[in-house]
Design a protein around this ligand. Structure first.
Ligand code: SAM
Length: 280
């Protein structure tokens, strides 16, 4: 027996056919639900908002991990903030050069549920380099000065626990936590759905970093079918890869390519106006 569940937010909705509920709980921070769907594999919702489906999570996770990884000249230490499903960690784990793979997730229940019911993404936690910190990312970064080469903020939307990850103090903390040459990538929402948030992120990121770009990522099950990454650095031209993808790894990836890295920053005119050209 199947039924349909809807994500509804910001005056817009997505409806997905599900064949069974695998997990449901109310954690200290949010409602966590995992379903089996009819056509899209497993589905994770937090407070009713789609976080991933198995069918298209590779697009978002490959780009969030690899845009900062390949923009950087020589990354060794990585931090993921949020990302409790493990998808960004899985992608970072493909890179043997990374010596440090830290994750700071506020909600231990998301990691526990993902490990049990979302093995496709949670396999990222099996990497022996991974160290899990259960904490608010906005506080965690303040304790790490000049340490990371890349920081990826794979957060929920700017409401509930994700709220402090969308302000200028947090971006200043990210900058302080980087070593010279460091690069960040943050979840930067859909410009069709939340143009105000995209514009605000641009202004905040530019207050803190000298080089800022917006890369668009096609993800059919996110509202409007797209989302963006805000990629920023003081020293690095984030909109072009510093190194090509290694040929063996290129054969394994399904979304990120060396050409797409630069192409993703070539945004439509209205996004360019929100984000000062999408690059530079
Ligand atoms: N890619 C997803 C999206 O944009 O829909 C986000 C996926 S990931 C599951 C988001 C994670 O961020 C959640 O597990 C949530 O608990 C975590 N999170 C939210 N606020 C946080 C904070 N302040 N510090 C650390 N993690 C946070």
């Amino acid at each position: 027996m199947s039924s349909w569940i809807s994500e509804a937010a910001h005056g817009y909705g997505n409806t997905i056919e599900v064949t069974g509920e695998l997990f449901r709980c109310e954690s200290k921070f949010q409602k966590i639900e995992i379903y089996e769907t009819a056509k899209l594999g497993r589905l994770l919702l937090l407070d009713g908002i789609i976080q991933l489906t198995y069918s298209d999570e590779f697009a978002y996770h490959e780009m969030m991990a690899n845009l900062p990884f390949y923009a950087h000249l020589n990354p060794r230490r990585a931090l993921v903030i949020g990302g409790g499903d493990g998808g960004v960690l899985r992608e970072l784990g493909r890179h043997p050069e990374l010596e440090v793979l830290d994750i700071c997730e506020i909600d231990a229940e998301v990691i526990r549920a993902a490990r049990e019911f979302l093995p496709q993404t949670a396999c990222g936690f099996d990497d022996p380099r991974v160290v899990i910190h259960i904490a608010d990312g906005s506080e965690f970064v303040r304790g790490r000065i000049g340490y990371y080469d890349i920081i990826i903020v794979d957060s929920t939307d700017p409401a509930g626990p994700g709220e402090p990850l969308f302000n200028a103090d947090f971006y200043a903390g990210l900058r302080q936590a980087l070593r010279p040459g460091g690069v960040i990538a943050t979840q930067a929402e859909s410009p069709f759905l939340l143009p105000d948030v995209v514009g605000r992120l641009n202004r905040i990121a530019r207050q803190v970093f000298r080089r800022v770009g917006y890369a668009s990522i096609q993800v059919p099950t996110y509202p409007t079918g797209m989302i963006g990454a805000c990629v920023a650095s003081d020293e690095v031209d984030v909109w072009q890869p510093a190194r090509p993808v290694e040929p063996e790894l290129a054969g394994q990836l399904r979304y990120y390519t060396t050409r797409l890295h630069s192409a993703a920053f070539a945004v439509p005119a209205f996004v360019g106006r929100l984000f000062d050209g999408g690059r530079g």
